[in-house]
Design a protein around this ligand. Sequence first.
Ligand code: NAD
Length: 253
Amino acid sequence: MNVDNRVIAITGGARGLGLAMAERLGSKGARVALLDTHRDTLDKAVASLSERGIQAKGFVVDVSDEASVIEGFAAIKGELGPVSGCVNNAGITDDAMLVKAKEGEIEKRMSLSGWQRVIDVNLTGAFLCGREAATQMIEANHAGVIVNISSISKAGNMGQSNYAAAKAGIHALSVTWGKELARYNIRAATVAPGFVATEMTAAMRPDMLERIKQSVPLKDLGEPCHIAQSVAFVFENDYFTARIIECDGGLRL
Ligand code: NAD
């Protein structure tokens, strides 16, 4: 797909990887709709994109809330036109061990609320936004691309039962949608980043971060632009669907 003048929705687009994707796709002429939870961060992101000559608009949406997603996508369609692309990038972590014990005594367990919140945002959010995006693409009778942002943690990672399950699940959505939606000329694929320098990783303990860097074959964190490049590849390659790009410097968990 040539993204020039196409409307592309990017969830969690106000900062980090989502904003880098908006820059990349916007610099190729896409009109980007950023969906995020706070008006002030959206406004800042839109201003920074506008300075670079990129057409962008911010929409306050909680991707885990069905009504909010339906309303948000309706607003995008009303203000920019039906979407041709959707990047399901919004994501959170809430790490905890399933069960933590010391000398046979249970100290802590992952709470149901901690499990549910991560599943709601990272997995249900992608389902809800993917459903609205595909609906608009089919109704407009134009080609579409949906990119789901997974993670290296999809393979299973200590302390991340909720996140790993959601990130494995989001790739299963890409495979399913790639098969289901091909008849409507809609492609769906996954990009799974490794560890990338964003606010999400800046919140990690420095010694842990250093250990991670040393375990990456390329000996460094990725940059947001590397992930944005992978997302742009999915848009541009018309024979790529139901598959995954692992952009992780060669690291395997
Ligand atoms: P980030 O925390 O910097 O940005 C995430 C954005 O999502 C924020 O702007 C946040 O406000 C938004 N968001 C959170 N909950 C939302 C909701 N309910 N509705 C709408 N927006 C919401 O994170 P990031 O590092 O840019 O990560 C982006 C994606 O990439 C996430 O899905 C993350 O799991 C994935 N990822 C990141 C890394 C990394 O190293 N940074 C690695 C692998 C995967």
